[in-house]
Design a protein around this ligand. Sequence first.
Ligand SMILES: *Cc1c(COP(=O)(O)O)cnc(C)c1O
Length: 366
Amino acid sequence: MSAPLDKPIPQPGILEIAPYVPGRSKGLGKGTEIKLSANESPLGASPKAVAAYRDVAERLEIYPEGSSRALREALGEVHGIDPERIVVGAGSGEILQLLTQVYVGVGDEAVMSQYGFMTYPIITRSAGGVPVVAPETDYRADISAILASVTERTKIVFLANPNNPTGTYLNAEELDRLHAGLPSHVLLIIDSAYAEYVTAEDYGVGISLVERSENVVMVRTFSKVGIAATRVGWFYGPSHIVDAVNRIRPPFNVSVPGQAAAEAAARDLAFTHRLRDHNAKWREWLTAALSGNRMRVLPSQGNFVLVLFPDIPGKTAADANRALLDAGLIVREMGGYGIPDGLRISIGSEAAMRAVAQCLKDFMNV
Ligand SMILES: *Cc1c(COP(=O)(O)O)cnc(C)c1O
């Protein structure tokens, strides 16, 4: 018998987790800051989503419909998919956590790309699993490296597509190739959080791959399209995965206002298209404005760009971040992602984009 423990002890892996640090939301306290650090919608929420949210305010004593049925039916119509194979969660964060809890146990492995989304290692460890990191080639997921990282212990491969924070993506044919190389017991999680912003014609959101296989899910979120505050995300997958996840999903996991706002947002395609068009225009503009000038802007399909700064004293990413903060512009530092020479800048309003470009050009003296 081991000695009695004098306090509750967290499960293996928990204390190896470095807590997630969200993008800074406060600058230097001038009160006029522009937040470009969390990839939120530059055009606010769909007015229809706001109205739907308000409409439910008089009935707050009533529990939600537990399976988010009306929202699943709306998603089914909009995306042409089966509502019975959709699970809705409190943000896609909850969805990713539930999927991991179902498939990863102590000592199991989950493979993720080097500069992949930061919550994947956290939720893997929270299930007692071991994150295995596949190196990228020039800030892009490397299919061979991912496949070479798979072992008998691998339960999940996580792929954000397009990826946050790099903005790079694998096209539909590459996604098929990745899937074809995986053993069929490995779950491929395609996190299409930025799907609404993609303009590349060779992109595949993941629906057809889900429909052609038994080991793929497509995860989506409403957070990047205007209603991050309501915390709604979902996945589409094979029935056997939907069934397993629904067994551990908390019974009323998505709030009434969340379901209502998300249903209206899902149906408001005109608003989503406005968002996409605004984003595409200013993403391209900012990329062109900053490129060269000793800054490298990675080609992005998301609602943000990753800018890489030179290793020149006074001109580093940390220096640039200070200049931006002085100008009231809050962007995302990348040290936690292992990209200390980068800053991730969300696409915002026209005024915000012009201010960022002016500030960084002045900073670089160009
Ligand atoms: C922002 C983001 C999410 C969304 O998380 P929510 O919990 O739905 O807000 C998921 N995946 C990636 C890659 C993201 O960047």
